[in-house]
Design a protein around this ligand. Sequence first.
Ligand code: ATP
Length: 304
Amino acid sequence: MDSSNIVLQTHHLQKKYGALQAVEDVSLTVRKGDVFGFLGPNGAGKTTTISMILGLTRPTRGEVRVLERRVTPQKKQILRQVGALVGAIPGLIPYLSARENLRLMSQLYPQVSSQRVDEVLELVGLQGVGKRPTAQFSTGMKQRLGMGLAILHQPQLLVLDEPTNGMDPAGMQEMRQIILQLAKEGVTIFLSSHLLNEVEQVCNRIAVLHQGKLVAQGAIAELRGEEKNVRVKAKDLDAVEKVLQGLPTIPPFQRQEEAIDITGLDSEWVIQQLVEHQVYPAEVFYTGYDLERLFLELTQKAQG
Ligand SMILES: Nc1ncnc2c1ncn2[C@@H]1O[C@H](COP(=O)(O)OP(=O)(O)OP(=O)(O)O)[C@@H](O)[C@H]1O
C-alpha cells in the first residue's frame, strides 16, 4: 500500500475510562479521496475515537497519525490540515450573520481571502441568508455554517461527528449534497454516523464499531461481499421451492409473501435450473446486499 496516500491512520487505538473499555484496539486507514463512514450504534465509541483523532483525548494505548504525523494532545500542528465539526459549533457568534462569522474566523488564517469566504458561503448554501443573525438559524443552517467554518482554511481532511443529528430529512439531504461536493473537490471526509442509510448514500468505505471494537472495515461493495441475492417471483412459489430443495446443494433461501429470496446464486443459473424443471418465473432479479442486514449481522456476530 502506498503510504503517501494515507490521510488518517489509527493504530490499535484504545481508551479506557476506569473499568470501561470505550475503544478497544481500533486500527483505521483512511485514504486520500475517501468519504469514510464510521458507523456504530449509540455508545459504540465513535465520539471517543474522534476525540483521540483530534488530539482532545489521550489514548490509553495506540496512536493516531494524520498525514503520517503523530497526533497527541501535546503535538497537534498537523491538525491545521484538518477541519472538524464535532458537537456544538465552536466560536459561533449568535448575533452575527453567517458571512460575519466566517469573516471573523478567517482572521485566524492568513491565507483565507474574502473571496474564499464567499466561496464557502455558496458551497454550504448560505449565500442567500443576508444579514440574518445566526441565532435565528434552523439546526440545518447552523450545521451548514459549522461545516463552512470547518472548511474555510481548505483542510485536506474533514472530520464530521454525526453532522445530521437533529435535522429533518431535507436538511439531511442538503448536508449529503455538501459532503459529496466537498469530496468532489478533493477533501477526504471522515463521517461518523449511526444511520446506515446516510452512510450508504455518501461513503465509499466504512468501518463498523460495536461496543468499542471494530467489527468490519472496507469498501461498501466489498463488505456486502460477493454474495448475490436473487429474488424470484413466480405464480407457483411452491414449485420454485421444490426445485431449490432438489438441488445437489440447497442454497439458503427465504420465502416471502410474493417471492423467494435466494442467497449466493447467479440469476442466470437460477433461471436455468427453474426452466429445466419446467418452472417458469415471472421475474428474477438481483436485490443486492442490504447494508442494514450486514450491519445487524456484524454486530450480532460481535456479541455472540
Ligand atoms: N469522559 C468519559 N468518562 C466515562 N465514560 C465515558 C466518557 N466518554 C464516553 N464514555 C463512555 O464510553 C462509551 C463510548 O461513548 P462514545 O460517546 O464514544 O460513543 P458514541 O459511539 O459516540 O455514541 P453516541 O453516538 O451516543 O455519542 C460509552 O459507554 C460512554 O458512556
